[in-house]
Design a protein around this ligand. Structure first.
Ligand SMILES: [Zn+2]
Length: 215
């Protein structure tokens, strides 16, 4: 099964991708993870990507496409893949189609996990972290004493990425870039919508059922 996962930041898309990868025995390809590991290992690609990120710029499509193409040629992608975080824009989606055509293949399903913006802002802005690695949520999983880690007594903090203003900005960018992508795959008859407010396990189950029906 060759599938793409779409969903806003905080939709649980990465979690779903990981679970689906285990169930369907196909690799979970996260371009974010590939960039991070290349940067960590200091590869040529990593150095190139880091130069853009450090300058506050987006990594150009040509660079991203290059790493995706290389990854797809790995043997483990023969029976399919789950793309997470890519494609993000129409030009990327078009380039992705071209790459797959070259490999005599194509996308079979596009999974869109929908979560309303206000629910995402609530989810993400409630996250509290501790330097010991524990995480909490102000409403769903609060510490015994507000602002203090149960495990180590450390002071809890909010990651910059989880601040309401940051989340709103990320959602704005997401909607701007991804709405056209939803139309793009809808027109190809590949889009399947799922309610991201359901439990993690319920969503996985629904996706697996939907995917099984198109095989
Ligand atoms: Zn702690």
């Amino acid at each position: 099964m060759r599938m793409i996962l779409l969903g806003p930041p905080g939709s649980g898309k990465g979690t779903q991708a990981a679970k689906l990868s285990v169930s369907l025995k196909i690799p979970h390809i996260s371009t974010g993870d590939i960039f991070r590991s290349n940067i960590k290992e200091g590869t040529e690609l990593g150095v190139l990507a880091k130069s853009y990120i450090d300058a506050g710029k987006l990594v150009p499509d040509a660079v991203t496409i290059g790493i995706v193409e290389k990854r797809l040629k790995n043997d483990d992608c023969r029976s399919g893949f789950i793309m997470d975080g890519f494609p993000r824009t129409i030009p990327q989606a078009e380039m992705f189609d071209t790459i797959l055509q070259k490999l005599d293949s194509g996308v079979e399903a596009v999974i869109n996990i929908h979560v309303p913006d206000d629910a995402i802002i609530k989810r993400m802005s409630g996250r509290r972290m501790c330097s010991c690695g524990r995480t909490y949520h102000a409403e769903n999983n609060p510490p015994k004493v507000e602002g203090i880690c149960d495990a180590c007594g450390g002071k809890l903090y909010i990651r910059d990425d989880d601040r309401a203003e940051t989340v709103k900005e990320r959602l704005r960018v997401y909607h701007q870039q991804t709405s056209p992508l939803i139309d793009y795959y809808q027109k190809q008859g590949l889009l399947m919508n799922f309610d991201g407010l359901k439990s993690i396990d319920e969503i996985t189950k629904q996706i697996l059922e939907a995917v099984a029906s198109i095989k």
